[in-house]
Design a protein around this ligand. Structure first.
Ligand SMILES: Cc1cc2nc3c(=O)[nH]c(=O)nc-3n(C[C@H](O)[C@H](O)[C@H](O)COP(=O)(O)OP(=O)(O)OC[C@H]3O[C@@H](n4cnc5c(N)ncnc54)[C@H](O)[C@@H]3O)c2cc1C
Ligand code: SF4
Ligand code: SF4
Length: 634
């Protein structure tokens, strides 16, 4: 749909029904749901109708039926109100309604919008139905002449501002609501549908969802990440539930290369569908960067190991210490694999572009390699000073690990200022609390050594220039400002890229050195080969990798079954934060968890962040405003 006949979206009335040609679509009004067009749509923020004759009473009834499923029933004005509205509109369509029913519908709808407790009742539950009886009154009046109306099938989708911001589109209000009602197990089941590493993600997710939480405008975001951890922890402490086994087996074999989050998510979903999955993993354990990147003090390995083991227990054949050296399609086909998923991550350190970095000096080690070796049991003697180059989370992890190893002098060099640092603010704060120094606006120009042993780095001071393509101000060297920093261990941690040597010359790569895929299907240039996670996106996040694995499994299934992949409903381009009815919401402080005292935590790799207990989790969940955004369309 590209033009609107009528819109009440955002409370702004656009009415083109007077015989004139419909005007072009107005910015801010949804006219498509992703690639899906509609003749009429009812949603939390109003209704949008195209020129086509739409069956408005039928759509209003559909909307209310869907809204009733989301009404928790805690305030009767919402649940009973919706039931009454369904009854009245049902009666009208059945030819049994009266004229005064229309005024009654308007009155009840207004009551629900004014008196409901939560954001759903107030802002979503009946809003477009209220608009429909006011602006399409004739359509409802026509049903009072004794003749029966008709109903038409409709489609529906639900989102929420937090859900839209989550890369894997977790049903956040849904799992929070289950926690609120002390149904931790069901909450975990719901989380697992899109996040098969809930304990891991509940600890280490970058939680973009929390930035989008509507509570931010009132007091503070819901602790969405920690609530996920609470669901996972509660399960673990009550004996750990098993994952549901596939209901039927399928004969097709699928190879998954890489047991990182992307590969694990693909494996889980493919196994649940019954496919025979073999996982090839270069390392001796699963989890990818969650296993050999993220340190224990942020993510205890027993949590990850438990979740990997659950996935393995579904019957996938995990082959550890098995690096695929060459992507040989003939060999894989001969072994009977009908589809292949590449989730090989981004493990090759990016070069700093300075003198001496390729000399192979002792005491010079890439950040991701340093953390990997540590995770695989290498001992590091904490002698002298460590210098870490970079301002991202990997740099913070290296620095904080070094402090825990016993290094007394740990310094981070970063070429911009704190404001531009890509590391999460809490990571930087915690690093500073642990005594790590950060020197801003400096960049290395040479690695210094005595013979083959690192002795420090030569740096140059920087100043900030114009913003670059990332939007951050570009660091510009200050001529003649070179100086030396002594160090016994130098760890560059400025980024990683995929190591695609095993697929050289066969797989198509982008200019960024990542695998080229169709963004909808995750298919590569090779027949039957799919890819996702960091090897496609470049270094990103755990939850993005899980999302890639989830999507790859759906796409591989469609491919193997000869179906076209049906895209999910997309709310892209629609402002899901906007809601025209705000109402008054009491401020309510966020529940807090305790952090280990900095003096204590530097002594070991013990987990820094404490958990919510079940009671605190339920209290925190009760702060959720249930900002469901429902849409129904035909
Ligand atoms: C130090 C560090 C800290 C991080 N902290 C966070 C964080 O706090 N929160 C967050 O959200 N994200 C974080 N990330 C990013 C996150 O870990 C990654 O985005 C995520 O793990 C990517 O998942 P993946 O499955 O695509 O790849 P990976 O996790 O890298 O897994 C790829 C797997 O493939 C295997 N493999 C590679 N090549 C082959 C081959 N040829 N044959 C067989 N196996 C192969 C690798 O051994 C590896 O196990 C961090 C990353 C690092 C490096
Ligand atoms: S209040 Fe709840 S539903 Fe609303 S955005 Fe925050 S977490 Fe999501
Ligand atoms: S996975 Fe991350 S982004 Fe998604 S809901 Fe959980 S914490 Fe938020």
């Amino acid at each position: 749909m590209s033009a609107v006949s009528f819109s009440s979206w955002n409370g702004k009335i656009i009415d083109n029904r007077t015989g004139k040609a419909a005007k072009a679509a107005v910015p801010g009004i949804p006219t498509m749901l992703g690639d899906k067009s509609f003749s009429a749509l009812m949603g939390w923020n109003g209704m949008v109708v195209s020129e086509t004759v739409a069956n408005i009473p039928s759509l209003a009834l559909g909307y209310l039926r869907e809204a009733r499923k989301l009404s928790c029933g805690e305030c009767s004005v919402c649940s009973i109100g919706i039931d009454r509205l369904i009854g009245l509109i049902d009666g009208l369509i059945a030819g049994k309604g009266k004229k005064q029913d229309i005024a009654e519908i308007e009155r009840i709808a207004r009551g629900v919008m004014e008196l409901s407790k939560c954001n759903f009742g107030r802002a979503s539950a009946v809003t477009p139905v209220y608009d429909a009886v006011r602006y399409y009154k004739d359509d409802f009046l026509a049903l009072t002449a004794g003749k029966k109306g008709t109903t038409r099938p409709y489609k529906t989708a639900v989102t929420a501002p937090c859900l839209e911001a989550c890369p894997a589109r977790l049903d956040i209000p849904g799992y929070i609501e289950l926690i609120r009602n002390n149904r931790f197990g069901e909450s975990l089941d719901l989380i697992r549908k899109r996040c098969i590493l809930p304990g891991v993600i509940g600890r280490a997710c970058t939680h973009p969802c929390e930035d989008a939480c509507v509570r931010n405008g009132i007091d503070k975001t819901l602790a969405i990440r920690l609530l996920k951890r609470a669901a996972a922890d509660s399960d673990l402490s009550s004996g750990a539930s098993a994952l549901k086994k596939p209901t039927a087996e399928r004969p097709e074999k699928v190879a998954v290369v890489g047991a990182g989050p992307a590969g694990l998510a693909a494996t889980y979903h493919l196994r649940r569908m019954g496919y025979q999955v073999t996982v090839f993993e270069a390392l001796p354990k699963g989890g990818g960067m969650a296993a050999v990147g993220i340190p224990d003090y942020r993510l205890p390995k027993r949590i990850l190991e438990h979740e990997v083991e659950l996935i393995r227990s579904l019957g996938a054949d995990f082959r550890y210490n098995r690096r695929i050296e060459k992507l040989d399609m003939d060999e894989l086909t001969a072994q009977g694999f009908k589809a292949i998923f590449l989730g090989v991550g981004a493990h090759e350190g990016t070069k700093m572009g300075c003198k001496g970095e390729d000399a192979g000096y002792e005491g010079f080690v890439d950040g991701a390699v340093f953390l990997r070796e540590l995770a695989l049991g290498k001992t590091v003697e904490p002698k002298g000073k460590v210098v870490i180059v970079g301002g991202g989370n990997v740099a913070m992890d290296c620095a904080r690990s070094c402090v825990r190893l016993g290094f007394k002098d740990v310094e981070i060099l970063y070429r911009r200022t704190r404001k531009e640092m890509p590391a999460r603010a809490e990571e930087v704060d915690e690093a500073l609390e642990e005594g790590i120094k950060i020197r801003y606006l400096v960049a290395p120009v040479a690695v210094l050594a005595d013979g083959n042993r690192v002795r420090g780095v030569e740096c140059i001071r920087m100043k900030l220039g114009e913003p670059d393509s990332s939007g951050r101000r570009r660091p510009v060297p200050v001529k003649g400002s070179e100086f030396k920093v002594k160090a016994d261990l130098v760890i560059p941690a400025i980024g990683q890229k995929p190591d695609l040597g095993f697929a050289k010359d066969v797989i198509q790569v982008t200019g960024w050195g990542t695998i080229e895929v169709n963004p909808d299907t995750l298919r590569t240039n090779l027949e039957g080969v799919f890819a996702g996670g960091d090897c496609v996106s470049g270094p990103a996040t755990l939850i993005e990798a899980l999302d890639a694995g989830n999507r790859a499994a759906r796409s591989i299934d469609a491919y193997l079954q000869g179906r076209t992949l049906e895209p999910e409903v997309s709310f892209k381009g629609i402002d899901v934060k906007a809601q025209r009815i705000e109402g008054f919401i009491d401020a309510c402080p966020q529940e807090k968890v305790t952090l280990l005292d900095p003096k204590e935590r530097v002594k070991s790799f013990d987990e820094v962040e404490g958990p919510f207990g079940n009671d605190a989790a339920m209290k925190e969940a009760n702060r959720c405003l249930r900002c469901y955004r429902l849409v129904v369309w035909e």
